[in-house]
Design a protein around this ligand. Structure first.
Ligand SMILES: [Zn+2]
Ligand SMILES: [Zn+2]
Ligand SMILES: [Zn+2]
Length: 507
């Protein structure tokens, strides 16, 4: 340590620096030479010592590393002065002056001698890429003459021909505007709707009108709410509404309440493409009371596999032992002689009303104490003292019924419920009719499910063949974890009589 080496090592410099300064530095100097750094860290426990150590270190390093030449600060060039390097680049051995600018330029890549060839290659590659950008087969499409394409389009339906012309620029130029003109003819309205329906995913602010074959602007976009039939609630301005023979498609729910097809479109579009395309399915559900009767209704909707399913539960208190006229009074709306509860278009043909009347016949008489019974006469019925609150229905009215001609299912039940308006008999039996149905995929009101439910289908709909063993009711209730107890599923119309209003059984 005492003999100074030619190049002072770090250890030495540290030693020199610390020896001259504070108390901690003296301690450091005394430390064994093998572990000087460890000692530094252990000794610098207080802030003051560490600060003094670091200051000592910095002063010593600056003095030992650059002893003589303090670097002069470069002065800025005066205005208009020419920059000349201060150092001379002349090689001491050869006398050659090194030009830095030339050196830098030399590093830059220059095009090779074959620059023309490479440019041509690049152009060729670019052209190939451009060809690849086009849809596959475009070249083949181009090869066939326009006459041939028009002949091919003649074999297609107007919708398919329009779709073909819409497929690419080349095809549009080959086929011309004939396909569009064909679609615009009034007799091709259905084809036009089919063609326009394919663009639904690009029209969030519009709704396809099935009367005009036009996408109308949604005037209440996002704020569409289902209202009673008597409330005028247009979702767009349509020129066809009010014209004779034009009726916006809608399905009857209960008296005074319908579901316009536009709402089926809205909820299914929202689920398919996003919220901007319509409204949420839960916005459709309602709970309301019929103003002219005892019936209360609850509607709920559910989307499954792109189809809108609906459940309408209707309930009314019913007195025991109603005569036929009383049963009719309870079940039918006096307005149009349709049931108060929700029904499909085929309700008159089957056994639905008989099932309801049979269920009404099972309602037990009200509870009567012995004293109440004695007022009428000496006979006392023990069963009247404590009637069983759970009424079991018979094999005719208990099973679930499925309409054979449309995707509708019915269940009639008797349930004990509290009547808050009756001070004498608080708990009464109520008849509950639940209808489940599949409203279709919302693509068009001529879709098989929607058309069948409204009795407007052009081809017969066989619900047992279409739905198989899986019941709509089972699918609907399983979403909320409710399992319907195993029910036999019978046909609503086992004899398959189709008399409609002409039949005698419905009233
Ligand atoms: Zn319209
Ligand atoms: Zn029965
Ligand atoms: Zn039906």
């Amino acid at each position: 340590m005492d003999s100074p080496p030619p190049k002072p090592s770090l250890r030495t410099r540290l030693g020199l620096a610390l020896r001259t300064k504070s108390r901690s530095a003296t301690k450091l100097a005394k430390a064994p030479p093998s572990e000087p750094f460890k000692k530094v860290t252990s000794s610098t426990t207080t802030k003051s010592t560490s600060a003094s150590t670091s200051s000592a270190l910095s002063t010593s390093t600056s003095s030992t590393l650059s002893p003589a030449s303090p670097n002069p600060k470069p002065r800025p060039l005066a205005h208009g002065a020419i920059y000349r390097p201060t150092e001379d680049n002349t090689n001491t051995q050869t006398g050659e002056r090194r030009d830095d600018t030339d050196l830098l330029h030399g590093l830059m890549h220059r095009e090779s001698d074959s620059s023309l060839d490479s440019a041509y290659e690049r152009l060729k590659r670019k052209r190939e890429e451009e060809v690849d950008d086009r849809p596959p087969g475009e070249g083949d499409v181009e090869k066939l003459p326009a006459d041939l394409w028009i002949a091919i389009a003649d074999f297609l339906s107007p919708c398919d021909a329009a779709n073909l012309a819409y497929a690419s620029k080349t095809l549009a130029s080959r086929l011309g505007t004939g396909a569009w003109q064909e679609l615009n003819r009034p007799e091709n309205l259905r084809e036009k709707i089919k063609f326009l329906g394919g663009m639904d995913g690009k029209m969030p602010g519009h709704l396809l009108c099935f009367l005009c074959g036009i996408y109308h602007v949604r005037t209440q976009a996002g704020k569409e709410r289902l209202k009673a039939t008597s409330v005028i609630n247009p979702l767009y301005i349509c020129g066809s509404v009010g014209k004779p023979g034009y009726k916006p498609p809608r399905t009857r729910l209960t008296p005074g309440h319908t579901l316009p097809f536009t709402f089926v479109q809205l909820v299914l579009r929202a689920r398919k493409y996003g919220t901007s395309y319509g409204i949420d399915v839960n916005e459709l559900g309602r709970r309301y009371k019929d103003p002219y009767s005892e019936w209360t209704h609850q509607t709920r909707y559910y989307i499954r596999k792109g189809h809108l399913l609906l459940r309408v539960t209707s309930r009314s208190f019913a007195s025991p032992g109603l005569p036929p006229s009383g049963q009719r009074h309870l079940l039918y709306s006096r307005e149009d002689y349709t049931p108060y509860f929700s029904v499909c278009a085929h309700w008159r043909d089957g056994e639905l009303m008989d099932v309801c009347k049979c269920a009404l016949g099972h309602i037990p008489k009200h509870r009567e104490t012995i004293a109440q019974q004695m007022k009428r006469g000496p006979q006392i019925q023990g069963a009247l003292r404590n009637p069983n609150p759970i009424v079991s229905l018979c094999s005719f009215c208990r099973p679930m019924r499925r309409c054979p001609e449309c995707p509708s299912e019915y269940l009639v039940e008797l349930k004990l419920a509290e009547d808050k308006n009756d001070p004498l008999v608080k708990f009464k039996q109520a008849i509950t009719v639940t209808r489940w149905c599949d409203l279709g995929d919302g693509s068009s009101p001529i879709g098989p499910e929607w058309a069948a439910i409204n009795g407007e289908g052009e081809t017969a709909y066989d619900s047992f063949a279409n739905m198989g063993r899986r019941a709509i009711s089972g699918i609907f209730e399983s979403q909320s974890g409710v399992t319907i107890p195993g029910q036999r599923m019978l046909s609503l119309n086992p004899k398959n009589e189709k008399l409609g209003e002409e039949g005698h059984g419905w009233y």
